[in-house]
Design a protein around this ligand. Structure first.
Ligand code: TXA
Ligand code: MG
Length: 345
């Protein structure tokens, strides 16, 4: 199958293919999604096949407006309207109880709930409107690999396997949406996956919110299926460096003593200090968690293609957006973190 790159003028053609059960990758503000008609079970099954993903993972249903959700949900929890007003379109996924039999178990993973999101991307909104159906959209990458933040990443992983890609340049945020469960028994919303909409921002709108740490560490059986699988991993091993230049210095010397070729994923500030000592560098520029998050997956993908033995990646404090960043990086690193006094003997 030839994978076509669709321009803005060709959104109608892409929408027609969606209606015919084909898969089209679409841009969002977070990562690129692998789109299929959420009401077409065969098409959704095909999403799992081309990703090579285990099929007990519930999918997010992408809509073009809140109105679309009302076709599938009868009783909305009390905070729904204020959350939608505050954060849609945007990187917030909301979980509701759905009417029985509206979506196949391929979409729901066998749960009574479904996750909905309205992405903040005009082309994708137009694609959904023209297709007249909601779209499932897991990240458009081979399962286990870093999520795609450019159309090129999607093409690299999935060309020949999907009908097309709608290109809208690099994504702005770089990690997947915050997933918020509004169906909890005690009425307190729970963040199941941290993203760019932070717990603090949510609390300003709805009061108390909790963060399900179990899903973050992956140490225990997860509530949402799919969180248990290895994620975001390059083939080259990743270590998180939690500290300033002195810790990088020790880590680099340690790797060199073992004849390892090193790749760095760091800000310019760190990169500039070590540029002559390592084999490969992907700098994310300005030393902010926003920049690190935006380029994390692109950086891991790029370093993975170079001739290196280890990737050292910069940590950020685990607060606000840093929670989402570290959540992805810890999975990529399989939880391996070097701190100043940890392992360098
Ligand atoms: O930013 C994003 O959300 C991207 C872009 C493409 O929109 N999409 C994305 O979709 O990450 P997906 O389908 O891979 O997200 C699935 C995750 C599951 O692993 C689970 O954490 C959560 O969303 N999820 C979905 N439905 C759920 C449900 N009914 N209950 C609990 N968690 C659910
Ligand atoms: Mg994914």
């Amino acid at each position: 199958m030839e994978t076509k790159q669709f321009t803005t003028d060709e959104i109608g053609e892409a929408a027609e293919l969606i209606r015919q059960g084909e898969l089209i990758a679409f841009p969002t503000e977070t990562v690129y999604g692998l789109g299929a008609n959420a009401l077409d079970e065969q098409a959704v099954k095909q999403v799992y096949t081309v990703k090579g993903r285990p099929s007990d993972n519930p999918l997010i249903v992408h809509v073009s407006d809140f109105e679309m959700v009302t076709q599938y949900v009868t009783d909305f929890p009390k905070h729904t309207k204020s959350l939608v007003d505050a954060f849609w379109p945007g990187p917030l996924t909301l979980i509701f109880d759905v009417k029985p039999t509206t979506f196949s178990t391929t979409v729901t993973g066998g749960l009574n709930t479904v996750a909905f999101r309205m992405p903040n991307n005009l082309k994708t909104i137009e694609l959904i409107k023209e297709a007249h159906v909601p779209l499932v959209g897991p990240s458009a990458n081979t399962s286990g690999k870093p999520s795609p933040t450019t159309a090129k990443h999607v093409y690299h992983d999935l060309h020949g396997k999907i009908a097309g890609i709608l290109d809208d340049g690099p994504t702005q945020i770089g990690v997947e949406s915050t997933v918020l469960d509004l169906t909890t028994k005690n009425g307190v919303p729970v963040v199941l996956r941290p993203g760019a909409i932070t717990k603090e921002q949510l609390e300003q709108v709805v009061g108390k919110v909790t963060l399900d740490q179990h899903l973050i560490t992956e140490k225990e059986a997860p509530k949402a299926p799919g969180m248990k699988y290895k994620h975001y991993s390059p083939d080259v091993p990743v270590w998180i460096i939690d500290g300033d230049k002195d810790v990088f210095d020790k880590a680099i010397n340690w790797a060199k003593s073992k004849n390892q070729r090193i790749g760095l994923f760091t800000s310019d500030r760190i990169t500039s200090a070590f540029s002559t000592e390592v084999t490969a560098i992907f700098s994310f520029g300005e030393d902010t968690v926003e920049q690190g998050t935006k380029l994390l997956f692109a950086g891991l993908r790029s370093l993975d293609e170079q001739n290196i033995d280890v990737i050292f990646a910069q940590a950020f404090p685990e607060s606000e957006l840093g929670i989402a960043y570290m959540n992805r990086l810890k999975k990529a690193a399989n939880q391996k973190i070097l701190k100043i006094d940890s392992i360098f003997e």
